[in-house]
Design a protein around this ligand. Structure first.
Ligand code: AMP
Ligand code: MG
Length: 496
């Protein structure tokens, strides 16, 4: 085993650290240092996020930062720890899980508010179970790019500051190499943190955790008079609302998470734990992106109901604090109406409809049926439709459909509907809503193949496109094209 990091040689990031999660006490985590990796090198950095966090961009490229974000050098003021949580995996209670390969460094005060820094792939923890505490280069590049792609799309997510790599071997199906992603979020608390203490009847820590989350992230729950003034029921309602909004955004952009276990559900409604995720190519409602999910529990069209199932688990975990089952059920109820409302609003925006009219729902359902029947490319359809509305030429949209008559019938309803919108605004709304660039599997794969050969330039190219996915980026149309034939043979499964 490697030596632990030398904390006397710690680095000053110039941030002030508060570490409020660490202050919760030992029930919630095990303090420990990352395990160093030999001969680290840069894989990718995110200067835009560095700026938001008030970090010096030049410093982010420094040798000291490379060591610190690989876990080889301590950062002054941090209190590294691995947190404990449990969860339901694929619908089954899995018992204790925890940060098996992620180490929370601490929480810094930044210009973007209080943000936790976490190293994913930083070595063994008491929660590693059968794992090795590491993450491989390929999955780290995917997490880095997708975090920023989601942020670029305006979808709540954990962020990624950088990826470092090491020649240290990591064994999956074959020998690969290690990498570390520095993730940033206001909190990495998951539904599973609550389930952990509820399952063990540890009501003291359960209350401490809920109070922490309310006080730091949902203070309005403390004073809400809804649910008989019960702050824990109000918390459940608020988490459900954020989750509904997040999943509606996933659906609208064709994003499949792939592993919506309760330990991968953020209490802040952030997209978290990027594994076998996929932005759909062809619009196939039952699409399964996770090779380890043959039953399709986490298929694209199941995500909204799975989110509700997960919220139900959270409700069960909060029940001892809420007190009455009726109140917990009442707090879960709004999701059922809220999710379709959120989704409809997103879909209307995709169609350029800023106002709501009778018949809109049918318009949405009909085009989705046509797209599914023809397995039409999701991203290309919506972008072409946006340009068609902008320029008046619908031929490129028609070219996507074998069922021309079906599409023409739909257009005959849709185009007059646009006349009810404020003049000239629909196209602008659509071009701001329907991205030109998403992180398709084959794009990630190309960047990964090059990175494995030591060339990381493709990651930067993708980062620039994905951080501004609604911009045209002249000269980069190939990144917005149809996937190559080999894309459908890419197989991505759970933790790697
Ligand atoms: P995931 O499927 O990535 O959400 O991981 C589920 C659980 O397994 C979490 O507790 C992770 O920390 C843990 N885990 C996943 N991969 C590893 C690994 N390579 N080493 C240790 N723990 C891991
Ligand atoms: Mg996870």
């Amino acid at each position: 085993m490697n030596k632990p990091v030398d904390t006397d040689l710690s680095l000053d990031l110039g941030l002030s650290w508060r570490n409020s999660f660490a202050a919760l006490g030992p029930d919630f985590y095990t303090p420990l240092q990352p395990t160093p990796l030999p001969a680290p090198h840069w894989v990718a950095a995110n200067p835009a996020l560095a700026r938001e966090l008030g970090l010096d961009e030049a410093w982010l490229a420094s040798p000291a930062a490379l060591e610190a974000f690989t876990g080889n050098l301590g950062i002054a003021g941090t209190q590294p720890l691995a947190s404990v949580y449990s969860g339901h995996q694929f619908g089954v209670w899995a018992g204790q899980l925890g940060d098996g390969r992620a180490i929370l460094l601490g929480e810094a005060q930044t210009p973007a508010g209080a943000q936790e820094f976490q190293l994913k792939g930083a070595g063994l923890t008491p929660y590693s179970r059968m794992g090795d505490g590491r993450a491989v280069l390929r999955s780290s590049i995917r997490e880095f790019l997708c975090s920023e792609a989601m942020h670029g799309l305006g979808i709540p997510t954990t962020r990624a500051l950088c990826v470092t790599g090491s020649p240290a071997p990591v064994y999956r199906e074959e020998a690969e190499t290690a990498a570390v992603v520095t993730r940033v979020a206001p909190s990495f608390i998951r539904f599973g943190h609550f389930e952990h203490f509820a399952a063990r009847d540890q009501l003291g820590p359960l209350r401490v955790l809920a109070d922490y989350v309310i006080d730091h992230f949902y203070p309005e729950c403390r004073t809400s008079d809804r649910y008989d003034g019960n702050p824990y029921a109000a918390l459940l309602d608020a988490v459900a609302a954020r989750t509904a909004a997040m999943v509606a955004q996933w659906q609208a952009v064709g994003f499949c998470h792939g592993v919506m276990n309760t330990d991968n559900m953020s209490i802040l409604g952030l997209t978290i734990d990027y594994g076998p995720f996929q932005f759909m190519d062809a619009f196939i409602p039952g699409h399964i992106c996770n090779h380890s999910d043959p039953g399709g529990r986490y298929a694209y069209n199941k995500q909204p109901n799975i989110a509700y199932w997960n919220l139900f688990c959270l409700g069960q975990a909060l029940l001892p604090l809420i007190g009455e089952q009726e109140l917990a059920l009442a707090a879960l109820e709004p999701y059922k109406a809220l999710f379709p409302r959120e989704l409809e609003a997103r879909m209307r925006a995709k169609l350029g409809l800023a106002t709501a009219h009778e018949g809109d729902r049918e318009l949405i359902e009909t085009i989705q049926k046509l797209m599914a029947a023809g397995a039409v490319d999701h991203t290309i359809f919506w972008r072409r439709l946006s340009h068609a509305v902008a320029g008046g030429d619908f031929e490129p949209v028609r070219d996507l459909f074998a069922d021309r008559a079906g599409l023409d019938a739909w257009l005959a309803t849709y185009t007059p509907r646009l006349a009810h919108e404020p003049a000239g605004q629909a196209a602008g709304l659509m071009l701001r809503t329907n991205p030109k660039y998403v992180l398709r599997n084959h794009l990630g794969e190309q960047a990964i193949r090059q990175a494995k050969l030591g060339d990381f330039s493709e990651i930067n190219t993708l980062l620039a496109l994905l951080q501004a996915p609604f911009d045209e980026h002249p000269g980069h149309d190939a990144y917005a094209g149809f996937p190559p034939d080999w894309a459908s043979s890419i197989e991505i499964s759970c933790s790697s």
